[in-house]
Design a binder for this molecule. Structure first.
Ligand code: FAD
Length: 487
């Protein structure tokens, strides 16, 4: 095969890396000196779609608009294509005589074989594929324990990761891009990613600024306002104590490495080392989910702990519907589920509480909750979501033991002591005092009457009573254990 001329274009294939700064694929493509064709493909094959659900689609629309604008001002252009990447990429290469194709890996395990197939096809067309691993701070294949096997416990994993974790300095965004003549493609509106019907589509813009500039602003605001109290406030859904960077990190609008460096620098200047360490360890949990995906495969469909294949999950469509719509009768759960619907996001503490209530008190399979989260979270990430659901369900790596069952009323008292969070999202119980607001079913009749609450009418009774649900969950666990054959 003849070597392509120096004037042959290079293709940059954007995926979950919707940024210009610290983008190794884009950087290397610019360094190649070739004219660039930049594409984003809306994948037609459901197995390889990058946007897991409707809320993530909303985010994607705005993020692509921001990326497209950022490329335009540097002389570049983003072409939007829809179809199967496996056909479209080789076709582009043939049509434009492309010499090299650059991309950053998504690092979802089910993508790898497809990406390798594309790289092989390119090779046979005389083009070179260059892929970069950027999703995580660590290098998943390289990090192994003393016996040469993957870590399964987060603390050991993170200790080992920190030993030689030295994320290299983030790469700068290119100033100018030498774009190839425009390639025909779709418009963002063709894709209809921003539905008008659900009320969230209208409300989201108040809260979020998708895109690289929004990601950097969000990080700076977190550093200025919240990092110094991160350890104290990170578990409080009633405060603005966490970064809310998850959708920006998920869509790759900012790299984990950039966050790492910026946080370290800020901590050195302000002396907030312990808060910074705690915050970076949370990014470590994200890395851990990707690490598990790399070493143990697709956790969306398989229990990490196979004993759970025998778990007697319940089928309760009514309770599931009450859970998704924030009508379970448990204020902390309802507040969180309504926050999710209204904003596309939910605080980590309440993610754990709602997940525990669904899989333990109600008894539904963790996959039911995972699917709802995938559709409604703007930060939906198939690997992190699956690992987190399995963590709560007890079936995951280093999971919370199944028999440690969160009591959502006690959790509410601890992490929303004045009831501000619940009041904001569940106005029906607004009139109750902090001591009663997390368990209206246990409030004295007089207090309920004064607050204008009629249980079962103005606000539901719990769809799963905390005591009965807990006992039923423990019984189900005993059943699973009894049927488990020891190794
Ligand atoms: C049932 C369940 C499902 C979840 N699904 C997702 C998901 O689909 N996508 C997602 O990004 N996170 C998910 N998480 C993890 C976590 O809740 C969110 O990352 C976090 O709430 C995002 O808020 P933040 O950016 O303010 O977090 P911060 O506290 O500011 O943390 C900084 C970053 O660290 C990462 N992080 C924080 N906590 C965790 C965690 N427990 N596990 C993995 N990474 C973490 C995120 O990238 C986050 O942006 C889930 C957690 C649970 C319990």
């Amino acid at each position: 095969m003849a070597t392509p001329p120096a004037t042959a274009p290079a293709l940059v294939w954007f995926r979950r890396d919707l940024r210009l700064a610290d983008n190794p694929a884009l950087y290397a493509a610019v360094q190649s000196g070739r004219p660039l064709i930049c594409v984003y493909i809306r994948e037609a094959d459901p197995a390889f779609q990058l946007s897991p659900g409707a809320a993530a689609d909303w985010w994607l629309h705005h993020s692509l608009a921001a990326l497209s604008q950022a490329l335009d001002v540097r002389g570049g252009h983003l072409t939007l294509l829809s179809g199967r990447s496996e056909s479209l990429i080789p076709e582009l290469v043939r049509r434009h005589g492309i010499a090299e194709v650059f991309w950053n890996r998504v690092d979802w395990p089910w993508m790898d074989a497809r990406d390798r197939r594309i790289a092989d096809m390119l090779k046979s067309n005389g083009a070179r594929a260059r892929a970069f691993r950027i999703a995580t701070l660590i290098d998943p294949p390289a990090l192994l324990n003393g016996s040469g096997t993957p870590y399964k416990v987060f603390s050991a994993f993170w200790r080992a990761a920190l030993k030689d974790l030295d994320p290299r300095t983030p790469l700068p965004a290119p100033d100018r891009l030498a774009a190839s003549p425009e390639t025909a493609g779709d418009t963002l509106d063709d894709w209809c990613l921003t539905p008008r019907n659900p009320d969230w589509a209208v409300r989201f813009p108040d809260r979020w600024a998708p895109g690289e500039a929004g990601a950097h602003k969000r990080l700076e605001r977190f550093l200025a306002d919240s990092l110094s109290d991160y350890r104290n406030h990170r578990d409080r859904p009633d405060r603005f104590g966490t970064s809310r960077l998850s959708p920006h990190l998920g869509w790759g609008e900012i790299s984990a490495r950039t966050v790492w460096h910026r946080v370290q620098l800020h901590a050195e200047r302000g002396g907030h080392f312990q808060d910074a360490d705690k915050f970076l360890a949370e990014i470590g949990w994200r890395d851990f989910a990707y690490y598990l995906g790399h070493h143990f495969g697709d956790l969306r469909h398989t229990n990490f702990n196979r004993d759970f294949d025998r778990f007697p999950w319940r089928d309760d469509p009514e309770a599931l519907a009450a859970w998704t719509t924030g009508r379970t009768g448990v204020p902390m759960v309802d507040a969180a589920m309504r926050e999710l619907w209204a904003t596309g996001w939910m605080h980590n503490r309440v993610r754990m509480i709602v997940a525990s209530y669904l899989v333990k008190h109600i008894g539904c399979h963790w996959r039911e909750g995972m699917a709802w989260f995938e559709d409604t979270l703007v930060d939906a990430d198939p690997l992190v979501n699956a690992a987190s659901w399995q963590w709560v369900a007890g079936s995951g790596a280093d999971a919370a033991p199944y028999f440690r069952i969160f009591n959502p009323a006690a959790q509410g008292k601890k992490f929303d002591p004045e009831g501000h969070y619940v009041r904001r999202w569940v106005p029906e119980v607004n009139g109750l005092a902090p001591r009663d607001i997390h368990a209206p079913w246990a409030a004295p009749a007089g207090e309920l009457a004064m607050a204008g609450i009629q249980l079962g009418t103005s606000y539901p009774r719990p769809v799963a009573d905390l005591k009965t649900g807990r006992e039923r969950a423990l019984e189900a666990y005993r059943t699973m254990k009894a049927e488990t054959v020891p190794d």
